[in-house]
Ligand binder design. Structure first.
Ligand SMILES: [Zn+2]
Length: 73
């Protein structure tokens, strides 16, 4: 595979998956099964630990807000 094709697929020159949010290199090889990954979001892709935490925090804040809205608070 060419370098350009790899970049298109979100793979680093070392064959590692890139974080879908900040494009940093994760520790997972592109062929690592998602069963053996952490910080992987199904349907989205691999995130680094930092982005995963940030995004999960945001989701929790949004979910908490939605819950409040539904209760009319
Ligand atoms: Zn990241």
């Amino acid at each position: 595979m060419s370098k350009e094709e790899n970049e298109l697929l979100g793979i680093s020159p070392n064959g590692k998956d890139l974080c879908i949010s900040c494009d940093c290199e994760t520790k997972y090889s592109h062929d690592t099964s998602i069963e053996y990954r952490t910080h992987y979001v199904e349907g989205a892709g691999q995130l680094c630990e930092k982005c995963y935490d940030t995004i999960m925090n945001k989701l929790q804040t949004v979910a908490a807000q939605v819950e409040k809205d539904e209760k009319g608070l």
